[in-house]
Write a protein that binds this ligand. Structure first.
Ligand code: NAD
Length: 356
């Protein structure tokens, strides 16, 4: 790896930037925090003081014009247009999930990123979780599954967000924020079509919490051949059955208020079962835990593989440096983000019609 420090501009200095990205950017020698941007001037100033970063912007285009910036991480609400702007400005990038709000917005980004030769990753940090990596090896080893179950009921985000000091200055006009959300809602309605626009909020759940599940499923099993069944099962809850070349996969996603974290993949083989239990994403140094049930001679045996203690976000940044400085192949390219958006729309459109 070359001895070069990558100057990173952080666009969107909210929760995930403060909890995970900024601390690792400051800690890892491959990076330096070169500039900050947020539509909240108070937030960008506070974070700038804390990290001693003088280059502070409220418009991401001004940050992208800064020649001291080699790469950006996009941690705002609406990402697609910023990804296009970053590529145009010649900056490597990590874009937090989801890549964009609709497949129509995401499709050209994949092609633009590939043509640019820049490193462009979707922040699917679970791909870099050491426990997930071990789990994938175990899943591959059991051969063709008989069935798959992917379950994500999450847990209390407020509880874990409070483990860290956060700075939030409420100085952005409520009208501006509402206008942004309304514009996104219109784009989503258009992408879902009139018969399914009534599932707009459920689609948000699939892009927010659920996009991690679509991504880890894709990492383990590739693209499904179809959606067999999909239903809304509660205000913030859905259930779908996907088909992977004849192997059924039950996907259930909901926002529950558990005090624990409830997100796992369970793969049933002919003679073995593998389960990956993901940890709360806001815990540091806590990788996913793999559980294997198998035959040991004539008896049953259960093993727990705790995984190497590390933080998925930290390893995501190390991989980003490796891609930029040593030409490593991106493990979470934009094409995966597009595939997940396509599948999210497919799942919603497999539900009974629900107009607005
Ligand atoms: N990988 C993960 O596990 C994970 C976890 C949480 C959030 N996320 C993703 O990260 C993104 C941010 O989430 P969050 O929880 O940090 O939200 P947040 O609301 O706490 O932070 C977003 C920040 O972006 C700023 N912002 C909004 N529009 C902007 C613009 N046009 N220009 C500059 N700044 C702008 C806001 O003022 C705010 O400070 C979301 O897309 C979310 O899906 C990922």
């Amino acid at each position: 790896m070359q001895d070069r420090v990558i100057g990173v501009g952080v666009i969107g200095c909210g929760e995930i930037a403060q909890l995970m990205h900024l601390p690792y950017l400051q800690e890892l020698p491959a990076f330096r925090i070169a500039a900050l941007c947020d539509i909240s001037p108070g937030t960008v100033d506070k974070i700038g003081e804390h990290y001693s970063v003088a280059a502070r912007y409220s418009d991401h285009r001004a940050l992208l014009a800064d020649p001291n910036i080699d790469a950006v991480v996009i941690c705002t609400y609406d990402h697609g247009g910023m990804v296009a702007d970053a590529i145009r400005a010649g900056k490597h990038l990590i874009v937090e999930k989801p890549l964009a709000f609709t497949p129509q917005e995401a499709r050209p980004l994949v092609e633009q990123a590939e043509r640019s030769g820049l490193v462009a990753l979707v922040g699917y940090m679970k791909f870099y979780d050491p426990g997930y990596e071990i789990g994938l090896e175990r899943i591959a080893a059991i051969g063709r599954p008989k069935s798959i179950h992917v379950h994500d009921f999450a847990g209390r985000f407020d509880r874990y967000g409070k483990l860290y000091t956060q700075t939030r200055i409420a100085d952005v006009s409520a009208d501006l924020l509402a206008a942004g959300r309304n514009a996104v809602a219109k784009r989503i309605e258009a992408a879902l079509g009139p018969d399914h626009a009534g599932y707009r909020d459920l689609y948000h759940l699939l892009l927010g919490l659920g996009s991690h599940d679509l991504a880890v499923m894709r990492g383990a099993f590739g693209a499904p051949s179809g959606v067999v069944h999909a239903r809304q099962t509660g205000p913030n809850q859905l259930l779908a059955v996907l088909d992977y070349d004849g192997v059924p996969c039950l996907l259930d996603v909901a926002l529950a208020q558990y005090e624990w974290w409830d997100e796992w993949i369970h793969v049933h083989g002919e003679r073995e079962e593998v389960r990956i239990d993901f940890q709360n994403p806001y815990f540091r140094n806590a990788s996913a835990i793999v559980r294997v049930r198998e035959a040991a001679g004539e008896t049953a045996s259960e093993r727990v593989i705790p995984g190497i203690p590390d933080t998925a976000f930290r390893r995501e940044w190390l991989h980003f440096a490796d891609c930029i400085l040593a030409g490593a192949k991106p493990r979470t390219p934009l094409s995966g983000g597009l595939a997940d958006l396509d599948l999210a729309v497919q799942i919603i459109q497999a539900m009974p019609p629900k107009r607005l």
